[in-house]
Design a protein around this ligand. Sequence first.
Ligand SMILES: Cc1ncc(COP(=O)(O)O)c(C=O)c1O
Length: 299
Amino acid sequence: MHQQFNPKNKDLQVWVGDQLYHRDEAKVSVFDSLVQGGDGVWEGIRIYDGKIFSLDKHLNRMQESAHALHFEKVPTKEEIKKAIFTTLKANEMKDGVHIRLSLSRGIKYTSGMDPRLNDQGPLLIVLAEWKAPVYDKKITLSSCHIRRNGPQFLDSKIHHNNLLNNILAKIQSNFAGTDEAVMLDERGFLSETNATNIFMVKNGVLLTPFAHNCLPGITREIVMGLADKIGIPAKEKDISLTEFYNADEAFTTGTMGELSRVIEIDGRVVKDKSNLKIKEKLDAAFYEMIKVTGEPLPF
Ligand SMILES: Cc1ncc(COP(=O)(O)O)c(C=O)c1O
């Protein structure tokens, strides 16, 4: 999976701060906290057929991440929604769109780490692009030696822009020639991939790692809820690589790629031995949910 440039995105209008700019003019200051220290929070959000999927959940997570990082003057949900709607309208976007929503701690009056150097409040960026789900629905994984951060280092519950932990893992997966890296926790159990949450099925039971060292993904939460609704037993569990290699089915979840079937882990082929087709059932329930929920665009 190596994303390519989509010519439809050539003339995007991007929201930065308090107005729209052509993508070539959309810039942040060299004094911005994102440049200075990756000091920002972000969300990936999808638009389907005139509606924004799980918008409130994404905005809640963004605001909670900003609160944990002690951002001051965080924009209200209404203000963020207005910026999103304005951006989508300017780009005439209603479907097949992915938004990278970022909130920086903002501009500093001089370079440095100290948040007391920030006197202008946070900076909001709404980058909406034409982007279909990025995986080809069948992906390969490889494990890597970079451990996913737990609460004792940098809590994975904060959806921050300080992504080097995950980027190092992704570099390792690129060298291994796989789509994503499986990141373990400090005890050697699965946490997530560098960009998505992990699920496996064994003997008819849907399993996912505890959220101790992974982002508590919104798609992950939705999939657990859908499993409950359609009668698939599901639980969180410490999962070792050996257990993962022997999964009956495995898949990843995330806004960027929805549910993506894992076909190989460290060279071990994953075949649906049980033929229970649990991933297919969850896919059907997920697409039905996309159809019937979401925040309608006001234009
Ligand atoms: C590290 C990581 N894990 C999982 C996810 C999936 O989360 P969600 O389902 O909320 O998109 C993301 C998405 O940004 C992520 O960055």
